[in-house]
Design a protein around this ligand. Structure first.
Ligand SMILES: [Zn+2]
Ligand SMILES: [Zn+2]
Length: 414
């Protein structure tokens, strides 16, 4: 049994939820889960200066990536180029305000916010100022991190261009390479600075004693927002560190997850029936659905790309529906067909690959923004909105699923 103040010495793996006691590691080392090798925390004596330098580099790259030319094409003698901001604005122009807002947040607003938060956080740690502000922005970081998709957008650019090969001559702009650099640095930051490491640096510097020592004989839970280990106090458990109301009563949470899942499945139907992409070519109009687009790529011989789009638009969404639905039913009517460990791994996988289903929406947005001549135009179809809605609600369904309901040990205290 631990005092609540001692919970900081514990960490629960985000993938398999195995409980670990933290041990002190050497500079440059990473502590990994004993069960599944997921990185738990890191030790870096120069974390603050390194973080500050990396986030300044990220900000410059992100600035170039957003406001300079991403791709330039030569099409029927006229030159076209796009920037990230243009791609988003074009969606609004064509009346796709939901897809426009969602893309705007995922590939423009959130990446900027994350970089600015990192920069402010490391700057405040460096100057040892404003503990409350530091605390608030770390919580905000936890909220935004799962919602930024620069890496997925980068892959979407490549797929969109493969679709155009043979029709136009393509030249990559400086913004593309800046975006590539940004994504690489971002992956590096996520790897060497997990949430737990950021929070322990915060605790070390501000000597935070915000938890009162209390004894509990209750199961331990991981806060999905800040990685803190918490006692499960049943109804309305609040995280002792970031105060997120993440562990609300499980039936209510899973019911919300179910509602989001059903909405996502309903939106997925029109996403497959209506056209995703409409091509206007000298007066004649052809439209293709998601599946139609994949078949076309296949026929043109772009088999790997057809495979990626099939995986992102058909396989991932359906697999995610099935996994979440299975876990929800299983939490309500427990049957021990699969081990808890397998179920947790399934859920983790669904969470990791889920955002990649946005690829097709981004590809359509890029194509629509690139090809808009008087004679030849590519326009996003109604399916783009339905599909974006479906992805959005699937992400919400996964975020609202109570991972604790996989363990049947949870006790209801109220
Ligand atoms: Zn693990
Ligand atoms: Zn928390």
């Amino acid at each position: 049994m631990y005092k609540e103040s001692e919970l900081d010495s514990l960490i629960i793996c985000k993938k398999c939820h195995t409980l670990h006691e933290t041990i002190s590691i050497e500079h440059g080392e990473l502590a990994t889960c004993s069960e599944c090798d997921t990185i738990l925390y890191s030790c870096d004596k120069q974390l603050v200066t390194k973080g500050l330098a990396l986030s300044i580099a990220s900000l410059s790259l992100l600035f170039i990536a957003n406001f300079f030319k991403l791709v330039k094409i030569d099409f029927l003698g006229s030159e076209q180029h796009i920037t990230i901001l243009q791609t988003i604005l074009r969606l609004y122009e064509k009346g796709f305000w939901f897809v426009g807002t969602m893309s705007g947040l995922l590939i423009f607003v959130f990446p900027f916010m994350i970089v600015l938060i990192h920069m402010t956080f490391f700057f405040l740690l460096y100057t040892k100022q404003a503990p409350y502000l530091t605390y608030r922005i770390l919580i905000m970081l936890g909220h935004i991190l799962p919602w930024h998709m620069s890496n997925i957008f980068l892959v979407s650019i490549l797929i969109a261009l493969v679709k155009l090969i043979g029709y136009v001559s393509i030249e990559m702009g400086i913004a593309f390479f800046a975006l590539l650099g940004f994504v690489v640095i971002d992956l590096y930051i996520v790897r060497i600075m997990p949430m737990h490491t950021l929070w322990s640096n915060y605790n070390n510097i501000y000597a935070n004693k915000n938890s009162m020592p209390k004894f509990h004989n209750r199961p331990l839970l991981r806060c999905p927002l800040c990685d803190a280990t918490n006692y499960d106090k049943g109804k309305n458990t609040k995280c002792r560190r970031c105060n997120a109301g993440v562990y609300t009563y499980r039936h209510f949470k899973n019911e919300r997850s179910l509602a989001f899942l059903i909405t996502a499945i309903i939106a997925y139907i029109p996403a497959n029936i209506y056209p995703m992409l409409i091509t206007k070519n000298f007066g004649s109009e052809t439209s293709s659905t998601i599946m139609g687009g994949i078949m076309l790529l296949w026929e043109q011989g772009s088999i790997p790309i057809a495979g990626i789009v099939f995986f992102a638009s058909i396989f991932v969404p359906i697999a995610k529906f099935i996994i979440i639905a299975y876990l929800l039913v299983n939490a309500r009517y427990p049957k021990e067909e699969l081990s808890n460990k397998t179920k947790k791994n399934m859920f983790y996988l669904a969470e990791i690959v889920g955002p990649w289903s946005m690829i097709d929406v981004f590809v359509v947005a890029i194509l629509a923004s690139l090809i808009h001549l008087q004679s030849v135009q590519i326009i996003a179809g109604e399916a783009a909105t339905a599909f974006a809605l479906s992805v959005f609600f699937t992400l919400l369904a996964a975020q609202n699923f109570d991972i604790g309901s996989i363990e049947k040990k949870r006790i209801n205290y109220e």
